[in-house]
Design a protein around this ligand. Structure first.
Ligand code: NAP
Ligand code: ZN
Length: 352
């Protein structure tokens, strides 16, 4: 066991504060990682505020982790001390079920172990990346290619994986029209990825305020969803729409933007538990409505390699741990350009 500085939410209603947590001793197949950077995902905010149900407090969020290997267990084969590595949203799964065997550990039929707020195999509660170090079994560690700096790579571990997976699953590429709703953490990476895959990319943002950024990130078109004309102009246009908005949308209106057999993928996780299913809008064009949850480990590695090949990192604002609560407020007011990343250097244990 080792004691590591961290930032934790004491409850659903209090700001995150400095604390310390215990990391387990490095087991035979474990990797000890010195965390360099951790992105702030909107899911961190949903989680610590209890919007997805009760949480075990104190809770250290953070599942966009980038750092270097500081120690390895004796049976570790994939990593060596000094390697540049990342950890995303999942740190364990059964490894036996059909979904795990298919490399889709996030859909483990026996329940995957999330990077924070989950009960680990040893009965302890997992604690995330807003801390100086983490211990993770090597199967849930990925390699960050040398071409990617650790700070811009960190958000790829969730935002990159979450957007890459449905873009691949639904065939984004040349000749395909892809729309991204919301130019935030997930959205801006989605634009870069879809553009690099060769798709024609449209951003659907609340206003035209970030149009120049969207175009610089690779969007071919940019429309304001606050303008009703957008929905008339773009009716029946898209092969694929990725919805990164965390709140409720008028789903029927957005489904109308899909062409025949078009696919609408929700990524944003509304605090509202149910949607009212827009049957007429689905029926009108044999449209598909689905959801997508992060990506498996193999696909996360594929995404990182793709990003290295295409020079894709997140666009980030680096903050200190003391600025986390202010950053949360800015994310909530859509004032994020385009991912906050915590420099965790000050959270390293004194002995490290
Ligand atoms: P984010 O940085 O806050 O981006 C969300 C964007 O949605 C905002 O920048 C804003 O873009 C738009 N938006 C916000 N409020 C809106 C509203 N009321 N109506 C319309 N548009 C609105 O958040 P994120 O980190 O990208 O995460 C987005 C969502 O995905 C969160 O719910 C998060 O929990 C979820 N998520 C899901 C997965 C998964 O595996 N499925 C993984 C990670 C995150 P504009 O200013 O351009 O409109
Ligand atoms: Zn996330």
């Amino acid at each position: 066991m080792s004691t590591v500085p961290a930032y934790a939410a004491p409850s659903a209603t209090e700001p995150l504060t400095a604390t310390t947590i215990e990391r387990r001793a490095v087991g035979p197949r474990d990797v000890l990682i010195d965390i360099a950077y951790c992105g702030i995902c909107h899911s961190d905010i949903h989680s610590v505020r209890g919007e997805w149900g009760p949480q075990p407090y104190p809770l250290v969020p953070g599942h966009e982790i980038a750092g270097t290997v500081a120690a390895i267990g004796p049976e570790v084969t994939k990593y060596a001390v000094g390697d540049r590595v990342g950890v995303g949203c999942v740190v364990g799964s059964c490894g036996q079920c059909a979904n795990c065997r298919a490399g889709e550990e996030q859909y483990c039929l026996n329940g995957s172990i999330l990077t924070y707020g989950s009960t680990d195999r040893d009965g302890t509660i997992t604690q995330g990346g807003y801390s100086g170090r983490i211990v993770v079994t090597e199967d849930f560690v990925v390699r960050i290619p040398d071409a990617l700096a650790l700070d811009v790579a960190a958000p790829l571990l969730c935002a990159g994986a979450t957007t890459y997976s449905p873009l691949r699953r639904w065939g984004a590429g040349p000749g395909k029209k892809v729309a991204v709703i919301g130019l935030g953490g997930l959205g801006h990476v989605a634009v870069r990825l879809a553009h690099a895959m060769g798709a024609e990319v449209t951003v659907l943002s609340q206003t035209l305020g970030k149009k120049a950024d969207g175009e610089r990130l690779g969007a071919d078109h940019y429309h304001a969803t606050s303008d009703p004309a957008t929905f008339e102009e773009l009716a029946g246009t898209f092969d694929l729409i990725l919805n990164t908005v965390s709140g409720k949308l008028d789903l029927g209106a957005y489904l109308g933007l899909l062409r025949l057999d078009g696919v609408f993928v929700t990524l944003g996780a509304s605090a509202e538990p149910t949607i009212s299913f827009p049957t007429p809008a689905i029926a009108a064009g044999r449209r598909v409505y689905t959801y997508s949850l992060i990506a498996g480990i193999r696909e996360t590695q594929e995404m990182l390699d793709f990003c290295a090949q295409h020079g894709i990192g997140a666009e980030i604002e680096v903050i200190t741990p003391e600025q986390i609560n202010t950053a949360y407020e800015r994310v909530l007011s859509s004032d994020v350009r385009y991912r906050f990343v915590i420099d965790t250097a000050t959270l390293r244990p004194a002995s490290a």
